[in-house]
Design a protein around this ligand. Sequence first.
Ligand SMILES: [Zn+2]
Length: 298
Amino acid sequence: MKMGYSCVVLGLILVSLPGAWPWSKEGHIVTCRIAQDLLEPEAAETVRNLLPHYVDGDLSALCTWPDQIRHWYKYRWSSPLHFIDTPDDACSFDYSRDCHDPKGAEDMCVAGAVHNYTTQLMHYRDGTSDRRYNLTESLLFLSHFMGDIHQPMHVGFTSDEGGNTINLRWFRHKSNLHHVWDREIILTALADYYGKDLDAFQQDLQNNFTTGIWSDDTSSWGECDDLFSCPKKWASESISLACKWGYKGVTPGETLSDEYFNSRMPIVMKRIAQGGVRLAMVLNRVFSDHKQHIPPPT
Ligand SMILES: [Zn+2]
């Protein structure tokens, strides 16, 4: 009954917001499509069961849902879950230091959220489905936040809000550093190399990790001894990349163009692919027969 209600709510959201997709949809969509293609039969079936019927089994159709509702009154609590603010220039992530919302509430950051929704989804297999949780929402939040935690500028500096307040130009139009990493690089890549075809973009990423330049690394992407410590590792990778490639050499007000685009595009593509491979790993483990144990956050 609860699930039926959530389908109605989700349906209304889609109907009431035609064309109102926020930024970053392409990255999330591709991350979710890559993940769904890598699901083992058991996880694939569970994901299908949790999705509302009107998306016809397509997880990617709802991967941007958490961005759409984050400013709604009912979901305002979810807004700090999309990112992590780390101390300026520290270039590191420390869970106990950094994973909190602006008021200091613990675990309210993207690494805490990945852990939390992973734990909630385990109840599905355990058959101990807790009525406090709407597992469809848990799946959508987890799938979205696995994308966010891999976007380097979602683990950025506090004073510039992960690059959001660093205004600049992307080629000829106004933008900001956060948005460059959320969307501009992807859109420019799509226009310049893929004829604006998201399927071709996704295919290229999949070729890169199955037979191409990343194929030797791909098995290590999915390595994860315990599902709680791994989000910390992924967030650390992101802030490291944000320092090395995101912030590096960028002056507020400047124009970023070919040089920045060409050197950063491979990183954006790799992070999207890693997010997908790792989302599949998490879902395959959470929905497999083998019971997983996740320790509480420390
Ligand atoms: Zn987000």
